[in-house]
Design a protein around this ligand. Structure first.
Ligand code: IDP
Ligand code: MG
Length: 142
């Protein structure tokens, strides 16, 4: 999910192109404004933490772009591409290091396990919004 800062800073194309160029396949994509209820569900693991309210205010402050990507070990790959939570700790070459400055405005979210990915996909997409197609370069990626 490209967070509000990624959207309002005009980084949607930059972020999506990094995922696409890697070889990940985008199978669902849309821009939405998340309501507080959905944001709280997305971040249910952090309920009770001191930054929780700030986090919910942040992710509901402007539109976000949600997507589902497929590929070999996609969850792990995406987490590596986005980098560590605090942009200062993230490696150069990652989205968070290259494009963000602070943990409270780290421009992107990604599920951290297959289990979470399954839960989070259902939070944002109906089955009929998830596409089935073949990338033309699939045989050259795998
Ligand atoms: P992740 O996004 O890398 O999975 P989590 O630890 O799951 O990191 O935290 C979720 C989000 O909460 C972070 O991406 C960030 O936006 C926010 N967050 C985490 N820790 C802090 C903090 O100490 N201050 C402000 N926001 C934080
Ligand atoms: Mg997380």
């Amino acid at each position: 999910m490209i967070k509000p800062d990624g959207v309002v800073r005009g980084l949607i194309g930059e972020i999506i192109s990094r995922l696409e160029r890697k070889g990940l396949k985008i199978v669902a994509l849309k821009m939405i404004k998340i309501d507080r209820k959905k944001a709280e569900k997305l971040y249910e693991q952090h309920k009770g933490k001191d930054f929780f309210k700030e986090l919910i205010d942040y992710v509901t402050s402007a539109p976000v772009v949600v997507m589902i990507v497929e590929g070999r070990d996609a969850t792990k790959v995406v987490r590596k591409i986005i980098g560590k939570t605090d942009p200062i700790e993230a490696e150069p070459g990652t989205i968070r290091f290259d494009l963000a400055m602070t943990i409270g405005k780290n421009i992107i979210h990604a599920a951290d396990s297959k289990e979470r990915a399954d839960i989070e996909m259902k939070l944002f997409f109906n089955d009929n919004e998830i596409m089935n197609y073949k990338r033309v370069d699939e045989n050259w990626i795998y």
